[in-house]
Design a protein. Structure first.
Length: 529
């Protein structure tokens, strides 16, 4: 085994660096094309603009058929002339469909859809990098993009042409066509996904019979992404399409739409790569709440259920989404969720990660949220006060401390009386806690003294005459081998249970032990010596 391969096995960073270097050296691509046994030669056809009008339709069909020829772009030196002829022909077709009227007759629809399907529909191979991280790694770009881009452009112009007839096109742009289109959203090339997003949106708008099918298939993609694969490159683009679809939903919302929100969109927040599509996801959620404010409570509770516990980046995103929701929330709905919501916000404010705490404290810069807090200050202030007061004294970050002082000042101005009551109560609680700590320390000192006295007694007995030692192991009165000391809840004084207040005459094998904590059923500590 070579030194390099051994390094690859041991060092993950080295392996990743070498893989990136190899990618830079090779031509990137993702599609697998049928290769010809011999070089393909395309012959240039006459220009459409130069042909007589009576021959243009036939020439248009010939050019569509010519563009069905596929080329291997992994080999950059083969079929150069034919590749250029096809590229020029595709450019000409795009211009022809964009600028001319009456070119989309019924006979051209099957030829057009066949050319499009032949060029864009293909199996996407697995990623070259099994550890692909969309946030850090460069995507694998489509090697055949010079041709595929023009085919997408042609499809878009075809759908937007004033002469386009959905009644004819629906025979060819059917459920199978849409399903293949949706599969392409998993392409790593962001340029391709951007075209697909626009095209799918046009199809959704023009083909009423395909709308329910498109929504259902997007639903299936998301469910598979959340619960099975945890990988799909086109989630952000599909959510962007859904944002405009949701905006057009009629009122009242159908049960299937509400179910999609609660069973699909809310669980999407648990995905590992949330940062890649969170903006689009939050937009969809807010669109639903603007359509139907009664969904606010289940949505907020759903977000609280999936609130991240260990990922600060996701927690900051959740807080941003909560603020977007609060911007559109109705006061009646706010009252229903204020207590669980502000308990979570209070925990975020006390978070040692300064970005989480800072994002939560920024809520008090929002005028509408401030008005909601002021209307419900008697409920919210008791929830927030303890953590705010504590971190104003203890937080390590001076920026957070300054923000907390501003928040406390704002809350005090809203209800000075309640603020003073909570301050007094908080200080009294702190005094009680300090007193309990002192009592606990005193108890441990007494336990140490008792242990030392027992150790001295044991040492004295062990150096006595043999006859006395024998009596100690049979019937002579001995010191208890274990003493249980209970801390009383009020005074903290150490008292012995009655059964152990006098010396016993049992025969015990003596083993001196250090004090150790033993749990007790009533909540007060037991200690064993």
């Amino acid at each position: 085994m070579s030194a390099i391969s051994a390094s690859e096995k041991v060092d993950g960073f080295t392996r990743k660096s070498m893989r990136k270097a190899q990618k830079q050296r090779k031509s990137q691509g993702s599609s697998q094309y049928r290769t010809q046994s011999a070089p393909v030669e395309l012959s240039p056809l006459p220009q459409l603009k130069d042909a007589p009008s009576t021959e243009q339709q036939e020439l248009f069909t010939q050019k569509l058929q010519q563009c069905c020829m596929l080329f291997d772009f992994f080999d950059s030196v083969t079929d150069l002339k034919s590749k250029e002829i096809k590229r020029a022909t595709l450019n000409e077709l795009v211009d022809y469909v964009s600028t001319n009227r009456g070119v989309l007759v019924e006979s051209t629809y099957p030829e057009i859809t066949n050319m499009i399907s032949t060029n864009i529909f293909r199996s996407l191979p697995p990623s070259d990098n099994p550890d692909f991280d969309p946030e850090e790694d460069e995507p694998t770009l489509e090697a055949a993009w010079p041709h595929i881009q023009l085919v997408y452009e042609f499809l878009l112009r075809f759908l937007e042409n004033p002469d386009f007839q959905p009644s004819i096109a629906k025979r060819y742009i059917d459920q199978k066509f849409v399903l293949q289109l949706l599969e392409l959203f998993d392409s790593e090339d962001p340029r391709e996904r951007d075209f697909l997003k626009t095209i799918l949106h046009r199809i959704y708008g023009k083909f009423l019979g395909l709308r329910a099918f498109i929504r259902k298939q997007i639903n299936n993609i998301f469910l598979r992404f959340v619960y099975e694969t945890e990988h799909f490159n086109g989630v952000a683009e599909l959510l962007e399409i859904l944002g405009s679809i949701i905006n057009g939903f009629a009122l009242p919302l159908k049960a299937e739409h509400k179910q999609f929100l609660m069973k699909v969109l809310i669980p999407l927040h648990t995905a590992k790569g949330l940062a890649l599509f969170h903006a689009q996801l939050a937009y969809c959620v807010v669109q639903f709440l603007e359509k139907d404010p009664t969904l606010t409570e289940p949505v907020i509770r759903g977000l609280l259920k999936f609130w991240p516990k260990t990922c600060s980046q996701k927690e900051v995103m959740f807080l941003g989404e909560i603020e977007e929701i609060l911007d559109v929330i109705e006061p009646t709905q706010f009252k229903k969720i204020q207590e669980p919501l502000f308990k979570q916000i209070s925990r975020c404010v006390a978070n040692p990660h300064f970005q989480v705490a800072e994002r939560a404290l920024y809520f008090w810069n929002n005028e509408y949220i401030l008005s909601l807090i002021e209307e419900n200050i008697d409920k919210i202030l008791p929830i927030m006060f303890g953590n705010l007061y504590r971190i104003s004294k203890e937080h390590w970050n001076p920026t957070i401390v300054a923000l907390v002082y501003n928040v406390l000042k704002t809350l005090m101005e809203m209800n000075c009386t309640l603020f003073d009551e909570l301050t007094s109560s908080y200080k009294a609680d702190r005094q009680r806690e300090k007193k309990k700590e002192q009592e606990r320390d005193e108890l441990w000192k007494k336990l140490d003294e008792l242990r030392l006295s027992n150790s001295t007694l044991v040492q004295n007995n062990s150096h006595g005459p043999p006859s006395i030692q024998n009596n100690n192991t049979t019937t002579t009165t001995t010191t208890a081998a274990a003493v249980i000391v209970r801390a009383t809840p009020r005074t903290g004084a150490a008292t012995l249970p009655p059964s152990l207040q006098t010396l016993t005459t049992q025969t015990w094998a003596f083993q001196p032990a250090r004090a150790s904590h033993v749990p007790n059923d009533d909540g007060y500590p037991l200690f064993t010596l």
